[in-house]
Design a protein around this ligand. Structure first.
Ligand code: GN1
Ligand code: CA
Ligand code: CA
Length: 269
């Protein structure tokens, strides 16, 4: 807007305003007669001095993202990597072709086979003995009865009277010889507990018919436990004695194959 024109307008406006609002004026002070008009426009002033430099402007916003740069140069070769884990085992390969036959062997020498056979035979005997001992030990572990003076062991291997006698003897004992009721009852209870019905004991009349003796060659003295009607030497051939589960004795044939009871003297008694 032109400055000059504005100035004129303001002065006129001021004048009119002061007339209308004034209440203490007289009629002679009529506004319409006192119009003040602006004078002629003066000459242009001189050009002002050069202003001081303005303050530093605020920091502008971040520029937009630049274009992607050119790729760098290829790096040097890296170090060798670690050895990987062991791989899974491969499948078994196919069976190879059979090799060519070997050369013919040298002629055999004279063999002293008889000597070897003897050694092998002796080994067989030793193994059989060992097996027998093992069975015996197994029996011992299975259970053994005892009095103050002796151990009693039922051997659950069927044998005739003589074989049973030897079996007990080679193990340091003898066939059981019950010489009192207490021992006889103990053996009977042992037979029952083992689930057996009869066993050989060390009594026989092999030497002289009807003269029964213990295997230690002592005669029956104050004690015996014959079943009713025994000994009867049935069929004329009963010279060995069995103890049945009720504790009673019966003369039977010596070739019978039945279980038997060994007794062992306690060494420290
Ligand atoms: C008879 O009944 P048993 O089998 O238990 C016999 C015994 C003989 C035995 C021979 C009362 O006994 O004396 O030794 O057969 N008993 C009677 O196997 O005669
Ligand atoms: Ca007899
Ligand atoms: Ca009999």
């Amino acid at each position: 807007m032109d400055v000059e024109w504005v100035t004129k307008f303001l002065l006129l406006h001021l004048f009119l305003h002061s007339c209308t609002l004034s209440t203490h004026r007289t009629a002679s002070d009529s506004c319409t007669t006192h119009i003040i008009l602006p004078g002629p426009e003066g000459e242009h002033g001189e050009k002002g001095d050069l202003g001081e430099p303005g303050k530093t402007g605020k920091q502008g916003p971040a520029g937009s993202k630049g274009l992607i740069g050119e790729p760098g140069q290829k790096g040097e070769i890296g170090q060798r990597g670690k050895i990987g884990p062991i791989g899974a085992k491969g499948d078994k390969g196919y069976r190879g072709l059979p090799g060519s036959p070997g050369m013919k062997g040298q002629p055999g020498r004279f063999c002293d086979c008889g000597r070897y056979r003897k050694v092998v035979g002796q080994m067989d005997i030793n193994i059989a003995r060992l097996n027998s001992t093992m069975r015996f030990v197994k029996n011992v572990i299975a259970g053994i009865k005892e009095t103050e003076e002796r151990f009693y062991l039922i051997v659950k291997e069927g044998k005739n009277y003589n074989a049973a006698l030897v079996h007990c003897k080679v193990r340091g004992g003898s066939l059981a010889m019950p010489k009192d009721e207490e021992t006889n009852s103990l053996i009977a209870a042992y037979v029952n507990k083992t689930g057996l019905s009869r066993v050989f004991i060390g009594v026989n009349d092999l030497e002289k018919e009807r003269q029964f003796m213990y295997t230690d060659s002592t005669p029956l003295q104050n004690y015996s436990h014959w079943r009713p009607g025994e000994p009867n030497n049935a069929f004329g051939g009963e010279d060995c004695v069995e103890l049945v589960s009720d504790g009673g004795w019966n003369d039977v044939e010596c070739h019978l194959t039945i279980y038997f009871v060994c007794e062992f003297l306690k060494k420290n008694s």
